[in-house]
Design a protein around this ligand. Structure first.
Ligand SMILES: [Zn+2]
Length: 360
């Protein structure tokens, strides 16, 4: 489904995308209410600014930006987390909400001298940004505030310990928020349906944060156990590197069984893979295809030979790729599949005593 996303342009070397679910939501709103459509569109310009500030701070600290994506419930900046220092994680995370709060102040000040619809619109946008800024300053884990707190705590603790403390802060403030805001909603003079809507919204936030803290803790444990083991053991040699200019019809003469074999080519700045699905489709055509292999390949990430299992897994996860090319001194040393990596990591999690020594 990722293909349905709309790419707006590039910022700091990364694609700025509107996720397909966001595009769908906007079309849906446009059909029902043009005014709401414009308000949402303007608000998402503010969300985009928030993400661009994250990306700007990250790129100034030499962190690679992979993607900036706008979703129906906010934005996300995907950055290369490999070897990112806790200090950088804190700075990158806190920059977004600070920018959003400043924007809220500017919009509010701009609403004062104006009048009528424009004033109302600026005021409404100021309130939405204020809420976005505050929610992202709370120490809630998958959000900016939680990441900033963890980065700050991690300066003098282990990653796992910093995560554990942040999760405790996350849950305590979450419970306090839900209890206090629900009590306020119940005694406030809102209509019953509006109260129901707000309470449901609270329940959803609580579930989202709870789920987020659970998965963060799991990731911290996995990092603790697999962050120091390199990927050497998972590398496979079952691939062929083929010239991207070669015709797809000449594959059979090169690869013994193209259906179970991985075909990779060089692409601009890295490597690309010819998916088996694509290969099968081409092979089923009655006339031999003249298509060049390079044109049919999709880019895959490149990992260094010394990359840890955890970092490799994070890269495959954030790039949504089933495999990566492992390079040693600039030359391909093999491929690593996500399935194999997950299996090795699971073994490591289950039998923690089959330690580092045996892998060397
Ligand atoms: Zn943010």
């Amino acid at each position: 489904m990722a293909d349905l996303s709309i790419i707006l342009g590039k910022f700091r070397g990364a694609n700025v995308e509107l996720h397909w679910t966001f595009v769908l939501l906007m079309l849906f709103v446009l059909v029902f209410d043009v005014q709401a459509f414009f308000l949402l569109a303007l608000f998402f310009v503010c969300v985009l600014l928030h993400e661009m500030v994250h990306a700007e701070v990250a790129s100034r600290r030499k962190v690679k930006i992979k993607r900036i994506v706008i979703y129906p419930l906010g934005g996300g900046t995907v950055i290369d987390q490999n070897n990112m220092s806790p200090d950088t994680e804190a700075a990158v995370s806190i920059s977004g909400p600070i920018a959003t709060l400043l924007l809220a102040l500017i919009l509010y000040l701009a609403s004062i001298p104006t009048a009528g619809t424009l004033s109302n619109l600026l005021y409404l946008l100021a309130v939405l940004n204020l809420l976005l800024g505050i929610f992202n300053l709370l120490p809630w884990m998958p959000l900016d505030g939680g990441r900033a707190l963890r980065g700050w705590l991690e300066k003098s603790r282990s990653h796992t310990e910093a995560t554990r403390l942040t999760l405790t802060a996350s849950r305590i403030t979450m419970v306090a928020y839900v209890v206090l805001s629900s009590a306020y909603i119940i005694i406030a003079k809102y209509s019953v349906s509006y109260k129901e809507f707000l309470l449901l919204f609270n329940a959803l936030i609580a579930l989202f944060i709870y789920g987020g803290t659970e998965s963060e803790m799991l990731m911290a444990r996995i990092k603790e156990r697999t962050g120091s083991i390199d990927i050497k053991r998972g590398i496979s040699k079952d691939y062929t590197l083929i010239n991207p200019g070669m015709k797809i019809s000449s594959l059979n003469s090169l690869v013994v069984n193209p259906y179970s074999h991985t075909v990779i080519t060089k692409s601009e700045g890295g490597y690309a893979v010819l998916s088996n699905q694509r290969l099968r489709k081409e092979a089923l055509k009655t006339t031999a295809s003249d298509a060049r292999i390079g044109k049919l390949c999709v880019p895959i990430p490149t990992l260094d030979y010394g990359t840890s299992m955890f970092n490799a897994f994070q890269t495959l996860e954030s790039e949504e790729s089933p495999l990566a090319v492992v390079v040693k001194k600039g030359k391909p040393a093999g491929i690593i599949r996500r399935q194999r990596l997950e299996y090795l990591m699971m073994l490591r999690m289950r039998f923690k005593n089959t330690g580092k020594g045996r892998n060397r």
